[in-house]
Design a protein around this ligand. Sequence first.
Ligand code: ATP
Length: 294
Amino acid sequence: MLELRNVWKSYRVGTLGSKRLTAVRDVSIDIAPGEVLSVVGESGSGKTTIGKMVLQLTSVTRGSILLDGADVTARGHAARKAYYRRVQGVFQDPFSSYNPIFKADRIFEAVRESYFPAVKRAEWSARVDDVLQGVRLDPGSVLGKYPHQLSGGQLQRMLIARALLLDIQVLVADEIISMLDASTRIDVLNLLGELKERGLGVLFITHDLSLANYISERVVIMRHGAVVEAGATGKVFTDPRHPYSRNLLASVPQLHRKWSDSDAEPEALEPDGDRDVPPPPLTEVDEHHWVAGV
Ligand SMILES: Nc1ncnc2c1ncn2[C@@H]1O[C@H](COP(=O)(O)OP(=O)(O)OP(=O)(O)O)[C@@H](O)[C@H]1O
């Protein structure tokens, strides 16, 4: 189980870092094995910052992150390496995760060198073949190729396969399908569904509410760095109680409606106030359904 407890993040911004921007405010979430938790919200609401803190790519300003009860924030190199055996990330642009001058499968060799130096090459190749088949890739079609010879979907699956070589518990998936075409998207989404069935916990960061609805059991809606609504995806999406959630859901284009049919005016929202004060607390309005400031 991965838990974020009252996590805050402020970045230094402005000339010479003279100001601070609070990007994440008092966020507490958890991801259990075998479930997908979606984090949704408008651009700039703090979603990626949460993923980066979980992946220790940026520090936590206040609060803590725990894996199976142990605090993993601010620990040394060895502890961080051990953490990465359990928690890995895959990001939006698969091409940027590869060095174009090397063959794409070099990412697997890097895992062996770093984590399993004692494993012989032949055994390692067999493991790589296994995980590739596990993400529904034909090893013969992808091994030995350069990144530009593979599709975005293949590259994204290879990154997921790399994470699986480490026997991870939690995968942070940050907009991993937004750059893929519709048919590849559904393949990668279904793959996440299969991994979930096998016990992986997935933190699924997206601005696409339909994807969140498709893949996740629970959802967290963020605005201005804070959680405004959270709970079982079915409840939050069918009965949104926060005006921001209602606006967000109303803004999803519907297949059966034209833009010109849209008549609803967005609801008025509180302006972005002082981000350094704690956000309104979440209240349980129904079983597995929490809303801020009610
Ligand atoms: N390294 C950084 N330094 C300073 N400010 C940052 C940094 N990274 C993010 N921010 C700011 O923090 C806020 C939250 O950004 P974040 O990327 O977490 O949002 P997001 O919800 O993931 O947005 P998007 O959907 O556009 O990716 C934004 O105001 C952003 O400008």
